[in-house]
Write a protein that binds this ligand. Structure first.
Ligand SMILES: C[S@@+](CC[C@H](N)C(=O)[O-])C[C@H]1O[C@@H](n2cnc3c(N)ncnc32)[C@H](O)[C@@H]1O
Length: 315
């Protein structure tokens, strides 16, 4: 199997081999690709003979996937929705339980590279950052929220140590003119919190990550998406989640470890068959891309994969 996505689609699937190895898709099985993007994972599932329900909250990703769905002989159904409600989406499409769910969290290369989406300060563009076509944009947050709230966003979602200083400067400067463009915001951060000695990334990188997470409620969605996947999986069904930064990986790790841990109080004389854990971990620690993948796709560098298998009916 090739590691590269078709060039015209612009997104190279990350940890594709590892995700498929974790899911072990089987012909005729039903799988949910909860983050369709450019369809790299969905294609790999279809190639293995699976039936796929694919979800993306970005209407342009769903539109771009229409041709693949049309050529799939009914094996790929695409829905514009949030993965926080993936079990409800599957049920609406007549699927009561799935053999696998895969989440490949975050933004796609198409979203990052399309200047007008406002995810990147590589381009001067409106400060938007919405994956969906509605809701509050990053510019709305910077216009409406007080300094404490903006600082909390930068600190909690970007681990930005200069969060308060940046937030105060935003609130002071917006009196003259609200922040509406990516380069205006990146410029302000470069001025008030310049890169530390030896820091290789642009000083606005953490703030842009933080705002994107806030605009799209990405961590809330991840928590809801994991819970929805767990509800939908049948015994023997597998969940694989690929994340791109430590905040997300921590949520996935805690959730999968909790579900895979027997909650019987220690010392109680219960047989092993009465253990309460509904899942078993398929990955010891997180799997990471090898150096070959990172060289061919630098965006893979921070990716982590964790997976688990449902071993009992939901309680
Ligand atoms: C990293 S890309 C997925 C790439 C895909 N695995 C592929 O191989 O082409 C992430 C995609 O998930 C979508 N997404 C992010 N959060 C979502 C959510 N809560 N619900 C549905 N889709 C979401 C984004 O719009 C984006 O298209």
């Amino acid at each position: 199997m090739s590691r590269a996505a078709p060039a015209e689609l612009g997104h190279v699937p990350v940890l594709l081999h590892e995700a498929m190895a974790a899911l072990e898709p089987r012909p005729g099985g039903v799988y949910v690709d909860a983050t369709f993007g450019a369809g790299g994972y969905a294609r790999a599932l279809l190639d293995r003979g699976a039936t796929v329900i694919a979800i993306d909250r970005d209407p342009s990703a769903v539109r771009a996937g229409a041709a693949l769905a049309a050529s799939s002989g009914g094996r790929l159904r695409l829905a514009e929705a949030r993965f926080g409600e993936l079990d409800a989406v599957a049920r609406r499409l007549g699927v009561e339980a799935a053999d696998g769910v895969v989440l490949d969290i975050g933004v796609s290369s198409m979203q990052l590279d399309e200047a007008a989406r406002g995810f990147s300060f590589r381009f001067d563009a409106p400060l938007d950052m919405r994956m969906e076509a509605h809701g509050r944009s990053a510019a709305d947050i910077l216009r409406d929220e007080d300094a404490a709230t903006i600082a909390d966003i930068l600190f909690h979602f970007g681990e930005e140590r200069a969060a308060r200083r940046i937030a105060r400067a935003i609130v002071a400067d917006r009196e003259a003119k609200p922040f509406t463009s990516t380069l205006e915001l990146a410029g302000l951060i470069g001025r008030v919190a310049p890169a530390r000695r030896g820091e290789m990334t642009h000083p606005a990188t953490r703030a842009f990550q933080a705002l994107r997470i806030a605009v799209n409620d990405e961590l809330g969605e991840l928590v809801r998406g994991l819970a929805a996947a767990e509800r939908l999986l049948k015994p023997g069904g597998r969940l694989a989640a690929v994340t791109f930064h430590s905040l997300e990986d921590r949520i996935v790790k805690r959730d999968l470890v909790r579900l895979s841990t027997d909650q019987t109080p220690p010392g109680l004389p219960v047989p092993a068959s009465a253990a309460t854990n509904q899942f078993r971990l398929l990955t010891r620690g997180a799997e990471r891309p090898d150096s070959e993948e990172i060289i061919s796709n630098p965006r893979a560098a921070s990716a982590r994969l964790r997976a688990a298998e449902r071993i009992r009916e939901a309680a």
